[in-house]
Design a protein around this ligand. Sequence first.
Ligand code: SF4
Length: 330
Amino acid sequence: MLIVENAHVTFPVAQTKKWPWSPPGLVHAVNGISFELEAGKTLGIVGESGCGKSTLIRAVAGLAPLVSGNVTLDGEPVAYRDRASMQRLRATMQMIFQDPIASLNPRMTIREIVVEPLTFFKPEMGAEERQNTALAMLDRVGIPSTQANRFPHEFSGGQCQRIGIARALVAGPKVLLCDEPVSALDVSIQAQVVNLLKELQREMGLAIVFVAHDLGVVRHISDEVLVMYMGAPMERAPAADLVSDPKHPYAQALLSAVPVPDPRVRITPQMLEGDLPSPLNLPSGCLFASRCPKAMAKCKTARPPMIRHGQHQAACFLLEDAPMEADSMA
Ligand code: SF4
């Protein structure tokens, strides 16, 4: 359904120039991300704030320009399109956002908000059919249609995120891009929204890209997880494998910081020391070398490729010599 190949995104930034004719700096926000996603499956993307997760899904949606690489949606190229031809594809790929309240127009009723995509993407629908479809979608996400004439400020954050989901799904997209959709919500509401997304995925056969910085939430919804650092892939594996046995030192550190709701289990979070490299001037070696507790001499000079190890792929030289367990070889 969705194929991303070696995506790169950079942004020019103003910086103190050494000479008036020096070129502007370039922030390397996304550096060589690839993945494929089938219908009905979820890819979770995790990493620290600022690691390029949101920029990546904005690039997948055509909202941030790729400088190289490709994005293909259901066989059609997405990147490098003009605005008019992109609009047709937007019906197939929709987004939900981190701040549920700010993502809804405060001057529109929730009925108008959910009808709007149908007006735009399905002009062949009659007015009454549009209204009925929007009200049915609101009911499906748990907002009674009797409240359809209210404004967003009359709802809680969790309810606003449900309205955002209704708006995204009402026109029947095939791919849903979720940009930290639960990080602004209470823990109990997070679970309700994640379960709602899973139910809707089963009913509609949606492919979901779910971005979060909380590995605990991501493992609950994802079939596969991609760990990003400085815009680059560090590890990719089925969710259960990544959580039970992460191979990359960065994935291990992230996982050690996930709280375990059992007072008998004591986990000491692995503190990462050292500085992040500058995204304006990426090192030629491993991007994680300045903070990696297992760094070797060659990590400073050569960039590790993604190395397959059983169900895992990780950008780490340690995997070159790692023994393969019997079950993962099978
Ligand atoms: Fe650490 Fe080296 Fe592996 Fe990078 S390649 S994660 S620095 S051990």
